[in-house]
Design a protein around this ligand. Structure first.
Ligand SMILES: Cc1cc2nc3c(=O)[nH]c(=O)nc-3n(C[C@H](O)[C@H](O)[C@H](O)COP(=O)(O)OP(=O)(O)OC[C@H]3O[C@@H](n4cnc5c(N)ncnc54)[C@H](O)[C@@H]3O)c2cc1C
Length: 497
């Protein structure tokens, strides 16, 4: 049996970046991907009758020059620089996003605006002391009424929990740099930012995007890996990881769609599969405490209803947040605004209606035809289309789209990490669910790039767990400026006091 330098689980951004970097260094690698058809993981692009859909629109934007350069190296001229446009829909009105204070107040009408300003004044005069929840933190910044209009519904749709349960830390990171006072000042005084790095993240108005969607990046990456001799095997679900302490090698068992079991051995195991599933399947078995910690990790799931719509009356935004509580949909994407090549026929566009859910709940198990009907009703309800203009639809489900940061997750991840370090060598956790970290592509890739460097060096020169610890990253900064490190804003449950 071939002994690979590394057996890599998952052909998402992290797994493929690791394979690409190691292949460039001349090491033999094999990537095992459970999906029979698509590479790219959550950053894949699904094709339905020639129309292309992302799992949520994927902006390519990184503060790391190395990551930006790698995207250019892989996709070159296929990378477009695209304008960003997004709005918020609330009770029959569309508001610019990022919010423009004066426009928002005008659209809310005299009565509601006055009430909002009074509620803002009240919050400034009598703030919640020591705010612990998302609700308290945002209310202190914007007042109760604006919190209800612009923050509460969408946040609760995404996370499936009350804003009272979400930690204030998350709000502080997520909405950092924005306050009603500064928004009004910005609206009244046209200010040119001194430097791009001073721009609040939500104001960044262009991003890079492969012309056929994020999946294109990862399909091109696979071509390059294969041309260097690396293997990327589809339809291989890794389900058994055995460490041989004498030979210091890993053997991974992979199940194929037709029920066969194959085995692949390597000096190193790089895993981007969900940590909860990996920990259960390691031999020699991890201590019970680590298995229990892994089992306690939770995820939020996600589905997109793709609709093919006649071109007339389309909206131009990349996406629109649906803050309205009268519909279930959380966000609507218009993929043709991401790139014109997402549609095979210019007479049509393709929309993605995004529903946040838990695997197995009522939305998740709804038959596809019912979901498509729901999406048609809701798009009509919010005034973004008419059912008569929709010619077809499809449903794309994404398990484990978001690792949940509850108040025990950090401790649980730490327990699993420690157990892996003590019980086996040569195992490397990378990426988003691989490390149970709310990483965007660039951070997922950075963990893989550093892992490849560690493997080449023969020791842990870099601490991959330190990637993603600078809260500045997602809220400000320009593309490619510094090394990737930044805490992706994620909600934590309020710790009971
Ligand atoms: C709605 C949404 C919007 C997003 N928007 C952006 C954005 O705008 N910009 C951005 O940069 N990032 C964005 N992201 C984040 C981005 O999708 C992830 O950071 C990235 O995909 C993580 O890469 P990964 O390789 O770590 O994991 P994944 O993409 O999850 O890939 C893991 C791979 O492992 C495979 N796998 C799992 N288990 C096994 C197994 N047992 N055997 C074999 N294979 C297995 C999976 O099939 C998958 O292909 C978004 C995510 C979501 C959910």
């Amino acid at each position: 049996m071939t002994l690979f330098k590394a057996v890599i689980v998952g052909a998402g951004p992290a797994g493929l970046t690791a394979a690409y970097e190691l292949s460039k260094l001349g090491y033999p690698v094999v990537v095992l991907e459970a999906d029979p058809e698509y590479v790219g993981g959550i950053a894949r692009t699904v094709s339905y009758k020639g129309f292309r859909f992302d799992i949520g629109g994927h902006r390519f934007f990184s503060k790391s020059r190395e990551v930006e350069d790698l995207w250019t190296e892989i996709a070159g001229d296929d990378m477009l620089q695209r304008p960003r446009s997004s709005r918020i829909y609330y009770r029959g009105q569309f508001f610019s996003y990022p919010l423009k204070a004066m426009e928002a107040l005008a659209k809310l009408g005299v009565v509601e605006s006055t009430l909002c300003m009074l509620s803002f004044a009240r919050a400034r005069l009598f703030p919640v002391r020591d705010p612990k929840s998302f609700e308290d933190w945002v209310t202190n910044q914007f007042g109760k009424r604006l919190f209800r209009i612009f923050f509460k519904t969408y946040t609760e749709k995404v996370w499936g929990m009350s804003c009272k349960e979400i930690s204030a830390d998350w709000a502080a990171q997520r909405i950092k740099g924005l306050s009603l006072a500064s928004a009004i000042k910005n609206a009244l005084v046209s200010q040119k930012p001194k430097a791009r790095k001073d721009v609040i993240k939500t104001l960044i108005d262009t991003f890079r995007y492969p012309r056929k969607g994020p999946g294109m990046m990862w399909e091109l990456c696979v071509e390059k890996i294969r041309s260097m001799g690396g293997q990327v095997l589809m339809g291989r679900s890794a389900a058994g990881f055995r460490f041989d302490p004498e030979a210091r090698t890993w053997t991974v068992e992979a199940k194929t769609a037709d029920g066969r079991t194959e085995a692949y051995s390597g000096e190193h195991l790089i895993s981007s599969m969900p940590l909860r599933e990996l920990a259960e399947q390691i031999e020699p078995r991890l201590p019970q405490e680590a298995i229990a910690a892994a089992r306690a990790l939770r995820y939020r799931d996600f589905l997109t209803v793709g609709l093919i719509v006649k071109e007339k009356n389309r909206f131009d935004d990349n996406w629109i947040y649906i803050h309205d509580p009268s519909v279930k949909v959380g966000r609507v994407q218009n993929y043709k605004s991401w790139s014109p090549e997402m549609v095979p026929d210019p007479a049509y566009c393709c929309y993605g209606l995004e529903y946040f859910c838990f695997e197995g709940d009522g939305t998740w198990i709804m038959p596809d035809e019912d979901l498509i009907e729901l999406a048609k009703r809701e798009i009509e309800h919010v005034g973004l289309g008419t059912a008569a203009d929709i010619s077809d639809g499809c449903v794309i489900r994404q398990k484990k789209a978001y690792p949940v940061y509850d108040d025990a997750y950090m401790k649980n991840v730490e327990i699993v990490r420690q157990a892996l370090e003590q019980h086996c060598d040569g195992i490397h956790l990378v990426g988003r669910n691989g490390m149970h970290k709310y990483n965007n592509q660039d951070h997922a890739m950075m963990t893989a790039m550093l892992t490849a460097k560690n493997i080449a060096a023969g020791s842990r020169v870099f601490d991959v767990w330190a990637v993603n610890q600078d809260a500045e990253y997602h809220e400000s900064g320009s593309a490619g400026e510094q090394s990737a490190s930044g805490l992706r804003a994620v909600p934590e449950r309020v710790t009971s006091t």
